[in-house]
Write a protein that binds this ligand. Structure first.
Ligand code: ARG
Length: 459
């Protein structure tokens, strides 16, 4: 059992309580970042004249030695009994280079050290999640391209609303995922502040060049206030928010795909490799991976609200409660990575059932087109809505749709109907009539697809 603060204490800590407080099993993930931050700190101490060049050199090569040892044998961290990753590094360093190693922590606190480590970690790990978001968008772009002019119903209130291009539906999910990418970018920028120089809470009495540290560690700014820095984990909350939002997104995507691949909808066929069977019912093909995505979203939301609850009652400055952030963030990161990978695999391998979707897009949801048809012939929209609604009600009652009406039937409802009505009241005509850039019209969707492809290329 090793710790960094034994001087003030007479006896050894209670073994079980020490074990309870240990964060090494979790924060060992920060090992590379801790070594990176410590290396820069040694250089800053040398620059400030606190360390001799020889000691600084010994520390830097000692830290590089620790890095090499850990990379060669990652289980080294599991065998160690240290309180946290910072204590591990210092002990390993001293074991390698002796007294010079004991000078590394001069003017520095673990409070700022864990902050710099976690900021470095998020800055290099967020782009990995962002690339996984791009992979899902890429799979959607492929499906959108493959869909061509195929139509399907769109839904509001989960009731058939209007015909849309299948490609338009894929691009709608893609548009939302692009917001998630942006949200991660914002979280990455929030982590992009260099906290060293804050000390434990009051700052550092050595003339540390914080701009040099920021440059060396690749940060674009230095934090503003040592007290704030000591207890600030807003950047963790922002990361968890980005994760929770993206998981919420994937959950809605999963729900759509669970519905659309069901017997009831039958719009897409789930690939065998991303489905599971039932131990009892031989006919079943279950969307378990998608259900897990939907289920894990609940946890991501819980992690965010749990972390906000942890922060809300804390007095200013560092409190040990903050140590809980890492287990939450690492868990959210791992869950999201798994869900993004799964969603990309499911979307990539879906088979569209074009005829089923077109049939579903051809029923009474063409009623808006009927109203627009009358508006095009001079009728006020509100009146046209009435007429079309009356036709739809009659058809619904007799279990038919617009395609069952002959010209005489149409004209019995209104004399403005002529033989152009047959070509106008189809899913294809409905889609073709949509003109604005956000629309499901073939022109706007082709442009949106090209723009989304470019986005994928650029990210
Ligand atoms: N393991 C701690 C954490 O994650 C590191 C900071 C410890 N600071 C302290 N004063 N005990 O928050």
């Amino acid at each position: 059992m090793t710790n960094l603060w034994s001087g003030r204490f007479e006896g050894a800590p209670d073994a079980e309580v020490f074990e309870f407080g240990k964060s090494l099993p979790v924060d060992k993930r920060l090992i590379d970042d801790d070594l990176t931050g410590s290396r820069a700190w040694a250089q800053a101490l040398a620059k400030a004249g606190v360390l001799t060049p020889a000691d600084a050199e010994a520390i830097v090569s000692g830290l590089d030695g620790v890095r090499a040892a850990v990379h060669a044998d990652p289980a080294l961290l599991d065998r160690a009994g240290d309180e946290d990753v910072h204590a591990f590094v210092e002990r390993e360093l001293v074991a390698r280079i002796g007294d010079a190693g004991k000078r590394l922590h001069t003017g520095r606190s673990r409070n700022e050290q864990v902050s710099v480590d976690f900021r470095l970690y998020l800055r290099r790990r967020i782009p990995v999640l962002q690339r996984a978001v791009v992979s899902v968008v890429d799979a959607m772009v492929a499906q959108a391209g493959r869909a061509g002019q195929a139509t399907m119903p769109s839904y509001t209130h989960l009731r058939r609303a209007q015909p849309v291009l299948v490609a338009h539906v894929w691009l709608s999910h893609a548009a939302a995922l692009r917001r998630d990418w942006d949200r991660f970018e914002a979280a990455r920028q929030e982590a992009d502040l260099m906290p060293l120089g804050s000390g434990a809470i009051a700052g550092t009495s050595y003339p540390i060049d914080t701009a040099f540290l920021a440059r060396t560690l690749g940060f674009s700014r230095v934090t503003l206030n040592s007290i704030d820095t000591s207890g600030d984990r807003d950047f963790v909350a922002s990361f968890l928010y980005a994760c929770a939002m993206c998981m919420t997104r994937l959950s809605r995507l999963a729900e759509d795909l669970i519905l659309f691949t069901s017997e009831e909808f039958g719009f897409f066929e789930l690939a065998d490799e991303v489905a599971t069977g039932s131990s009892l019912m031989p006919q079943k093909k279950n969307p378990d991976p998608l259900e897990l995505v939907r289920g894990k979203a609940g946890r991501a939301i819980g992690v965010l609200s749990g972390w906000l609850a942890t922060m809300k009652g804390l007095p200013l400055g560092y409190n040990k409660d903050l140590q809980e952030d890492k287990a939450l963030a690492f868990g959210a990161e791992d869950d999201l990575a798994g869900c993004l990978m799964t969603c990309a695999a499911v979307v990539r391998t879906l088979t569209p059932r074009v005829a089923v979707m077109r049939a579903a897009a051809s029923g009474l949801l063409l009623a808006t087109e009927v109203a627009d048809y009358l508006v095009g012939r001079g009728m006020p929209f509100r009146t046209a809505h009435e007429v079309s609604g009356k036709i739809a009600r009659d058809l619904h009652e007799s279990g038919r749709d617009f395609s069952s009406l002959g010209l005489a039937d149409w004209q019995r409802y209104h004399e403005l109907f002529d033989d152009k009505v047959f070509a106008a009241i189809t899913p294809e005509a409905a889609v073709a009539a949509r003109l604005t850039p956000q629309s499901t019209g073939p022109g706007p969707v082709a442009a949106a697809l090209a723009e989304t492809r470019q986005w994928v290329q650029a990210h």
